[in-house]
Design a protein around this ligand. Sequence first.
Ligand code: NI
Length: 432
Amino acid sequence: MKGKLTEEKVFKDPVHHYIYVQDQTIWDLINTKEFQRLRRIRQLGTTYLTFHGAEHSRFSHSLGVYEITRRVISLFERNEYPDWPREERLVSLCAALLHDVGHGPFSHSLEDIFDTDHEEWTCAILLGDTDINAVLRQVGEDFPAKVAAVIQKTYPKPIVVSLISSQMDADRMDYLLRDAYYTGVNYGTFDLERILRVLRPYRGKIVVKESGMHAVEDYLMSRYQMYWQIYFHPVTRSSEIILRQIFRRAQELHGQGYTFKWMAKPLEKLLANQLSLQDYVKLDESLAQTAFAEWADEPDELLSDLCLRFLNRQLYKYVTIENPDETWLAELAEALLAAGLNPDYHMEIDYPFDLPYDVYRPDQNNGEKREKAPILLLDNEDRISEISVKSDIVRSITGLRQGQYHLYFPEEPLRANKSLLSDRMRQLFKLD
Ligand code: NI
């Protein structure tokens, strides 16, 4: 087993200032090709088309999650809290660093189309024939499986899982701060140092000292704001819809035996749903962007149109609607068809709650598997309570399910030809 580096390595980071690496294993993991690939995958997918600063990578986020976890553990160790199992340090740090290593290009959009799951790929990378697996096995034969169990939330010590995956974990704390920084918004910030100082290991869980409640409120409010201002942003959704339609069309053409003028092997395997682990780790956003540029010249007009829209940011317009009405939708579909478009690809209704985010849910088990552990407060008399019981602010945003439908479609052809839609519909779809 390898120990500490003779000299600590330091990364400069705009969010955490510095990121410190002290273990040979962590340093070796960072230098594997599977981890370096994360430099070529953006943390926020297509958000850069809405907030141009959002070019940060999963590489920087993964280092950030590692650093927060390292700081929490070192606080636990310095204070000699008896409830922190010291032997779990390295497995926790490795899981933090590697928790997103299975993300593919534009993860969430592609997962919808190809029915893949980044968490399954993460485990495949940890356990399969990869450089990461080789580094982890140098710690112990069963070590890759232990790290995978933490990420899958099946590790026998829940305290380790909750560091990486709970309602207030190192993952969320890093992405909120990082996404706020790179998008340039003011509202994602909260006092990380204060939160880290009030965390306590307590009877197999991580809890928050009650005096830190207001810092946690601030964290949850920033999460609430980030979801609505950044993650659910309707313009980002528009770019995601077009991206999904590109891959949907490419897959459809591939299934029909269409011969692409340009194709890369890992992409072809993706379209055929035959990805091997070796193909998967060759997929990144540079390859996807190259494909869009090449496919813009394909003879298939639909694929070419979708790629040009994505590359040149000619996104679909959106209108907010209370309740989708079938007759309006039929009228819009007909107008798009008359304009030479394909409503099956050029029109979509979206409800923001289909997104993989939630603001805060205290209930540990509401039917979904592997619910994230709630935030627990510890008072001076050693009593535990769930935060929404004590905090009016948290209670007011807990389990919120507000949301509206958005209808997406290209507006230019409908603006260019006024006779395609009735006046009433033009008003309804805000085309005047
Ligand atoms: Ni993450």
